[in-house]
Design a protein around this ligand. Structure first.
Ligand code: MN
Length: 201
């Protein structure tokens, strides 16, 4: 079963992430990860597996497949982690944010600081484990898809995520995404479900 490119739920995210960025990041980068993964799993036992199982099986044993499978998952999750009208956290999520960070403003400040401080390429996550929230970082293509954490939101901090719109200014990209484009409704759904989001198949 070949995996497919998840549809974008928006044409652009205003001036924060332009249609041009998305044409490359979604239409080329994400698509290339999927195409390479599909080519690697065709005719193998992975061909009928869920993406999360492919990621877990490849971790530590097949770095090439792992990178493409994890990047497929991460980008699908990233597109849904943003919206033009991010809504508000559910009451449960808001309470957990206050418990872990003190306030939404402090969570936002920490997300921006961790993203700006992350060395080279990677991902910054808001995640839940055993009922508590934390900010996590993964490097390069690594993922929380098979980690034991329940990811709630993710931000891509690879240069290809922001270079067209913000040039080298990763902090400007992070500020704009965190302040205006995070999808709190999606984060609330992920918390409510209590199990890791599944890439559509
Ligand atoms: Mn990316």
């Amino acid at each position: 079963m070949a995996f497919t490119l998840i549809d974008l739920p928006y044409a652009d995210l205003g001036e924060v992430i332009s249609a041009e960025t998305l044409s490359f990041h979604h239409g080329k980068h994400h698509k290339t990860y999927i195409d390479k993964m599909n080519a690697a799993i065709e005719g193998t036992a992975h061909d009928s597996a869920a993406l999360e199982a492919v990621v877990a099986a490849a971790r530590g044993s097949d770095q090439g497949l792992f990178n493409n499978a994890a990047q497929t998952w991460n980008h699908g999750f990233y597109w849904l982690s943003m919206s033009n009208d991010g809504g508000a956290p559910s009451a449960d999520l808001a309470a957990k944010i206050d418990a872990a960070f003190g306030s939404m403003d402090e969570l936002k400040a920490q997300l921006k600081a961790r993203g700006a401080g992350h060395f080279a390429s990677g991902w910054v996550w808001l995640a839940e484990k055993d009922g508590a929230l934390s900010i996590e970082e993964t490097h390069d293509g690594d993922t929380l898809a098979d980690s034991g954490f329940n990811p709630l939101l993710v931000i891509d901090v690879w240069e290809h995520a922001y270079y067209i719109d913000h040039r080298n200014a990763r902090p400007a990209y992070l500020d704009a995404v965190v302040e205006g484009k995070l999808n709190w409704a999606f984060a609330s759904e992920n918390l409510e479900r209590g199990t890791t989001w599944v890439y559509p198949s």
